[in-house]
Design a protein around this ligand. Structure first.
Ligand code: NAP
Length: 253
């Protein structure tokens, strides 16, 4: 990855921050985006110091198409060739049944996970097509393959990501651009804290009695995907903790 440019959305925490570290460790220069710019800058400073790579940080809400378009169309010249895009920004909010669901939570999940991913892709795909190479990694979820009680809207957004990843592969067929969906089960990040609106105890309980995946576990897979020879496209990777057989079948000690 030495000297390659990697764009990561949602790089202020969790899987995105872990991807930033793993790719920087392997010599990649980074464009890191998220809403919490202080966290992003702090991570970037640490990575620059440890790995001597070039990093451009952007405060960006992926729900804002005008902002996404402006920022990616006006990247510093050294970042205008993009080797890898990791569409990672996303979230679950709440675990209510539809009849009890909160509209604000639904809007935010759909706007971030589905429309945000599309906005970023719509702007960056023409840049990749122009250069005729690149790897797009969409962070989906096992929630894109299954549904669990109280998860209907989050699962719907990740089913959408699954469909978009497949469609993207078709839309880019005939180019040298490859598309991969990495679909994890439980990863211990800020995900559950966000889902339960800051209730730390409830968030911690999600991972009780089992060893969840870490952000680094997923980031290592992203690195593997991005470093295959150009003719190899890993279309879809499902990864769970060994203790998790499906969204609802989980063994706890
Ligand atoms: P996380 O620790 O909460 O990180 C989410 C990242 O997304 C943060 O950097 C956050 O940054 C960013 N983000 C959220 N809303 C955004 C917005 N509107 N605009 C820009 N950035 C935004 O959660 P994570 O587990 O790493 O989640 C990353 C991805 O993995 C998500 O797509 C999630 O659905 C998926 N995933 C997670 C799990 C899991 O168990 N953790 C399992 C399967 C799939 P700011 O808040 O600073 O904007």
């Amino acid at each position: 990855m030495k000297g390659k440019n990697v764009v990561i959305t949602g790089a202020s925490a969790g899987i995105g921050a872990a991807c930033a570290e793993v790719f920087a460790q392997n010599g990649a220069n980074l464009v890191l985006t998220a809403r919490r710019i202080e966290k992003l800058q702090k991570n970037a400073e640490a990575l620059k110091k440890s790995y001597n790579v070039n990093i451009h940080t952007i405060q960006m809400d992926v729900r804002n198409y005008e902002q996404v378009k402006y920022e990616f169309e006006n990247l510093p010249v050294e970042f205008q060739k993009i080797d890898v895009l990791i569409n990672n920004a996303g979230k679950a909010l709440g675990i209510e049944k539809i009849q009890e669901g909160k509209l604000d939570d639904w809007e935010e999940m759909i706007d971030t996970n589905v429309k945000g991913l599309l906005y970023v892709s719509k702007v960056i795909m023409p840049m990749l097509i122009k250069q005729n190479y690149g790897t797009i990694i969409n962070i989906g979820s096992i929630a894109g393959h299954e549904v669990y009680p109280g998860g209907s809207v989050y699962c719907a957004t990740k089913h959408a990501v699954n469909a978009i990843s497949k469609g993207m592969g078709m839309d880019l067929n005939g180019t040298n651009i490859r598309v991969t969906s990495i679909d994890p089960g439980m990863v211990e990040t800020e995900f559950s804290l966000v889902r339960f609106h800051g209730d730390a105890e409830r968030a911690k309980n999600v991972y009780n009695g089992l060893e969840p995946l870490t952000g680094k576990d997923v980031a290592d897979i992203a690195l593997f995907v991005a470093t295959r020879p150009p003719h190899v496209d890993l279309r879809e990777i499902i990864v769970t903790p060994t203790a998790q057989a499906s969204a609802t079948v989980v063994s706890r000690k």
